[in-house]
Design a protein around this ligand. Structure first.
Ligand code: PLP
Length: 362
């Protein structure tokens, strides 16, 4: 059994994907081929923003979002300590300082009620993460950002296909960044990412920044970077995007099955009112997490822990001077959470085996 079954997915779409790859290899337009623009337009449509700018990874998408927002030395950026490192790593790479704010106990996302007290004169932006594919509390976060004149960036690396109160993930805040890492809800065959915005000027600057700061070849207006999405990856993603709505429904069905099996024994994922989650991870909580994970591993069921150490306790951020107990909710969730196999090709038999083995472990 696979945690995310990319082979089964390839076999299901093989003819279409092989044809799409062949089209690119035959045309030999490996950089900036028409599929890149096509994907940007299709995904902007899918998410509901005016513009989308493709780049080389989700990490780069965050970094470009910070660059275009003018975040740099002396600035503080508020984010969650319970996320993949890229969210806060890019703040440091931009020269700014990450300031962590604890998470909500039930969505595992940034807690808007705690956010205001972390704002200082140096705060320039908030990066909210839609952890496990569940949208953060944007109606509150957008109000706070507006009140304090802060940029709001959505880290939608796990949440394409999710929605909150009728708005799609990828469309919140001033800018949103997503990732096409293979195991994300929609992934490519390598690294890839995208930035979404409604602002034409920001989109144009992003196109320039991702391509060495040039609009015209060899005429460089600003210092940028090399962060383009390969045409091959765009072509593969265009095939997958056509199947994505069906895959989302299947993921939600798997989650519903897991929920009904586990509700009496675990804290199951809670979907807030008016929200759709894409279950980038299906995660349960238990105080006996480590024992249960051991039993599952021994039975050959792939499990993962997203994430075992919150960012404020990672050695990489030791210079921030955080201590155990600073963000108690994040610390508690990190000690209890574990994720089960979740993808749209998980067969009924595999689901049954996961369910039976987890229930046997409790
Ligand atoms: C995966 C991920 C990223 C980084 O994406 P890459 O494409 O791997 O660079 C950033 N933030 C979150 C929350 C992620 O899950």
């Amino acid at each position: 059994m696979q945690f995310v079954d990319l082979k089964a997915q390839y076999h299901a779409y093989q003819a279409e994907i092989d044809a799409a790859i062949k089209e690119v290899t035959t045309s030999a337009q490996f950089i900036n081929g028409p599929q890149v623009r096509g994907l940007e337009e299709s995904l902007a449509d899918f998410v509901g923003t005016k513009h989308a700018v493709a780049c080389a990874s989700g990490t780069d998408a965050l970094q470009l979002a910070l660059m275009v927002s003018g975040i740099g030395p002396g600035d503080e950026v508020i984010t969650t300590p319970f996320t993949f490192i890229a969210t806060a790593e890019t703040i440091v790479l931009a020269g700014a300082r990450p300031v962590f704010v604890d998470i909500e106990e039930h969505t595992y996302n940034l807690d808007p009620a705690l956010l205001e007290s972390a704002i200082t004169g140096s705060t320039k932006a908030i990066i909210a993460v839609d952890l496990y594919g569940h949208p953060a509390a944007y109606e509150k976060l957008e109000k706070l950002a507006e009140k304090h004149g802060l940029k709001l960036i959505e880290d939608a690396a796990q949440s394409l296909g999710a929605a909150r109160l009728g708005r799609n993930c990828g469309s919140f805040g001033d800018l949103a960044a997503t990732s096409f890492f293979p195991a994300k809800p929609i992934g490519c065959y390598g690294d890839g990412g995208m930035i979404f915005t409604d602002d034409a000027e920001i989109a144009e600057t992003l196109c320039c920044l991702r391509n060495h700061g040039q609009k015209k070849r060899y005429y460089h207006e600003v210092i940028g970077c090399n962060s383009r999405l390969d045409t091959l990856q765009a072509a593969i993603l265009l095939v997958k995007l056509a199947h994505f709505p069906d895959e989302i429904s299947l993921r939600i069905q798997v989650a519903a099955r897991y929920n009904s099996a586990f509700a009496d024994h675990f804290i199951i994922p809670r979907v807030a009112d008016g929200c759709v989650s894409v279950f980038a991870q299906y995660s349960l909580r238990s105080q006996k997490r480590d024992e249960i994970v051991g039993v599952l591993q021994a039975a050959g069921i792939p499990v993962a822990i997203h994430y075992p150490v919150p960012l404020h306790l990672q050695p990489a951020f030791s210079n921030l001077g955080c201590r155990i107990g600073d963000f108690p909710v994040a610390e508690k969730i990190a000690s209890e959470i574990f994720s089960l196999p979740m993808h749209s090709f998980l067969t009924k038999e595999e689901q049954n085996l996961v369910i039976a083995t987890v229930l046997k472990a409790v």
